[in-house]
Design a protein around this ligand. Structure first.
Ligand code: PEP
Length: 253
């Protein structure tokens, strides 16, 4: 069976529209030479039109960094699937640890966002991960399970083929500290086992995120349970994200 690897850029609240379009244009030109790796970009919401325009016909998928579950309504500051689709977006990141930690989004709210989007046949990258004190006290697997539980419960009712999970240890995000290969293997295997046993369904692809860089990406992708990476800081520079994408291309088959 082939292995499709996803290189996903999360640009967070960085780059103006002109800067986003310039970087996206460089990535679009480069991506035309790819055969196997999937390149996805999540720019700041306000820059989505500039980025979709710059990446037209390149095969790169564009998405948002969050999404609301409802189709429309009185939800100040939120974005719907329909609005995103109209701008040629096809996925949303949901439950990023910055949303959970800084904006107090709970496991239940996060699952609600993901369920709403998946039910509208939108792709979702659902982020999970433990913080440092949870890791130190041996709670990692319980935390991952608690984050996944409300999504899994709800997902029995609909098709989850648009779902990807991103394992992002909070202590590795933006810190330069990468989880060890053993820690990645253990967490990814636990997520996959959990899904297979509890949902009784094929597990979604599981990406790794947390200080992914050109010099560590090949090791991370060497773990069989890793289906790609979610990249913050290193995706903001063309050369470093290009090298990360190339590693995905080489190891896809
Ligand atoms: C992220 O924000 O999802 C992330 C993994 O960031 P960084 O690559 O900068 O650690």
């Amino acid at each position: 069976m082939g292995r499709t690897l996803y290189a996903v850029a999360n640009w967070k609240m960085n780059l103006r529209a002109d800067q986003s379009a310039e970087l996206a244009g460089q990535l679009a030109d480069f991506s035309k030479s790819l055969n196997k790796a999937q390149v996805w970009i999540a720019p700041a919401a306000v820059n989505i039109p500039a980025v979709t325009y710059a990446t037209e016909s390149s095969g790169i998928k564009i998405g948002s960094q969050n999404v609301h579950w409802d189709k429309n309504g009185a939800y100040t500051g939120e974005i719907s699937v329909e609005m995103l689709r109209h701008l040629n977006c096809s996925f949303a990141i949901v439950g990023h640890s910055e949303r959970r930690r800084l904006f107090l989004e709970s496991n239940e709210l996060t699952a609600k966002r993901a369920v709403g989007a998946l039910q509208q046949t939108f792709k979702v990258i659902f982020c999970v991960g433990e913080n440092l004190s949870q890791r130190k006290s041996g709670e990692t697997l319980a935390v991952l399970q608690a984050q996944l539980d409300p999504l899994l419960e709800a997902s029995r009712e609909f098709d989850t083929s648009g779902l990807l999970i991103a394992y992002e240890p909070v202590w590795a995000i933006g810190t330069g500290k990468v989880a060890s290969i053993g820690e990645i293997e253990e967490a990814h295997a636990a997520i996959i086992d959990y899904w297979q046993n509890k949902a009784n369904a094929l597990p979604p692809p599981v990406l790794y995120g947390g200080s992914v860089k050109p010099d560590n990406v090949a090791d991370i992708l060497s773990v069989a349970e890793v289906s790609g990476t979610l990249v913050g800081g290193a995706s903001l520079n063309f050369d470093s994200f290009k090298d990360i994408i190339l590693a995905h291309e080489k190891l896809s088959c």
